[in-house]
Design a protein around this ligand. Structure first.
Ligand SMILES: Nc1ncnc2c1ncn2[C@@H]1O[C@H](COP(=O)(O)OP(=O)(O)OP(=O)(O)O)[C@@H](O)[C@H]1O
Ligand SMILES: [Mg+2]
Length: 369
């Protein structure tokens, strides 16, 4: 059964088109992430799923039911907001119970539900406190508890961790993932943080300016981004984008990389989509970990390419060191073993995995598959 289906959904305020035709579909129990920069329309889309905002055109189905004309309370959803929206004068217990009272759930059943939720979220000892007596992470847990007290078809989260400090954010992220694994709930989760998106999502929709640029699994987005935007947005440090001209030698794509001297790099069999670009400018996309010191490289590929470059700066992260070099006039980051990171001002040898290198059209910005 489809848990959520969004078809050609648009939203406009007068002449301003906020959402320009969104199509998304997830199955029961899946964790969907909507990720993108501020203002791209994530909350607008979530609010339209929740019924807090009307749809200009298109259709939204929850559990195979068209919900366009249903009020929020009839949509079988529970929402957790960035602000938590707890009632300050009520205890945690009553904050969780409030929605149940409104729906006239019998008192005995209410108590059962509250105890179950409190146990799930490990906050039994907090039930008699008021929100002001809780830490940020605990408040966040209460907001989740209120959602969990229901048993909805769909959970909607709008940046629920953005008010927490970095350490707590990582802890709560793990808790949410565990909760999802344990309860098998269907979740739509909004964030602007690509790491949160990658670690939590089973499906990710990368949004920009009211459009979904790519919808796929975290691995698909990472390995085969559809365009320069997605390629640059997912992954940290970002993918390197090196301008070059595509050449061809015996059916193999080649590019020249220059750091002091020209070095010809073979990329692999040229595809039909790439062939028209021979002799033309392209963007070579390489993730930092695919450019590394030769000893750290996965040398199982027989065609591993070695290049020499001058080190500009080295930045240790602990397990490895980010080494910045200049290639074809752009800053390029390699991820090296700390002992093989080189010294600024001297040259270093780097190994490039040609099977992982991507090519993009600089005009359309699409990946040339
Ligand atoms: N009532 C409104 N009238 C006109 N424009 C609006 C209205 N509400 C939102 N917008 C615009 O719609 C766009 C999308 O807003 P939205 O809140 O969905 O962004 P977002 O992706 O959630 O951003 P953030 O990460 O900052 O929360 C923004 O440019 C915003 O200014
Ligand atoms: Mg928002």
């Amino acid at each position: 059964m489809g848990a959520l289906s969004i078809r050609k959904v648009k939203k406009s305020y007068g002449d301003t088109h906020i959402l320009k035709g969104i199509d998304l579909e997830i199955e029961n129990g899946q964790f969907l992430i909507l990720v993108g920069p501020s203002g791209c329309g994530k909350s607008t889309l979530l609010n339209m799923i929740a019924g807090l905002d009307d749809i200009t055109s298109g259709e939204i189905y929850i559990a195979d039911r068209l919900v366009n004309n249903l009020s929020p309370k009839d949509r079988d959803i529970a929402m957790v907001f960035q602000s938590y929206a707890l009632y300050p004068n009520m205890t945690v217990r009553r904050n969780i119970a409030f929605g149940l009272e409104i729906r006239k759930v019998p008192k005995i059943e209410q108590d059962e539900i509250i105890n179950r939720v409190a146990k799930t979220l490990q906050m039994e000892h907090l039930l008699d406190r008021k929100p002001a007596q809780l830490s940020g992470g605990q408040r966040q847990r209460v907001a989740m508890g209120r959602a969990l007290a229901r048993n909805p078809a769909l959970f909607l989260f709008d940046e629920p961790l953005s008010n927490l400090d970095a350490k707590l954010r990582v802890e709560m992220r793990t808790e949410i993932k565990l909760l999802h694994q344990r309860l098998g709930t269907t979740i739509v989760y909004v964030t602007h943080d690509q790491i949160e998106a990658m670690t939590l999502g089973e499906r990710i929709a990368v949004m920009k300016e009211g459009e979904v640029r790519q919808f796929g699994t975290p691995q698909q987005l990472y390995d085969l981004p559809s365009d320069l935007y997605v390629a640059g947005f997912i992954g940290s440090p970002s993918m390197n984008f090196i301008p070059c001209v595509l050449g061809e030698a015996d059916g193999v794509g080649v590019v020249t990389l220059n750091n002091g001297k020209d070095q010809l790099i073979s990329l692999g069999q040229i595809s039909d989509i790439q062939r028209p670009f021979v002799g033309k400018p392209v963007i070579l996309g390489i993730r930092p970990e695919q450019l590394t010191d030769p000893a750290s490289a996965h040398s199982d590929h027989p065609n591993m390419q070695i290049l020499t470059a001058m080190v500009t700066i080295t930045e240790p992260t602990g397990p490895d060191t980010l080494v910045t070099v200049n290639i074809n006039g752009v800053k390029t980051v390699a991820r090296c073993h700390p002992r093989a990171a080189g010294v600024p001002g001297q040259s270093v040898q780097l190994s490039l995995d040609p099977t992982k290198a991507l090519l993009f059209d600089p005009v359309s910005e699409k990946r040339l598959a």
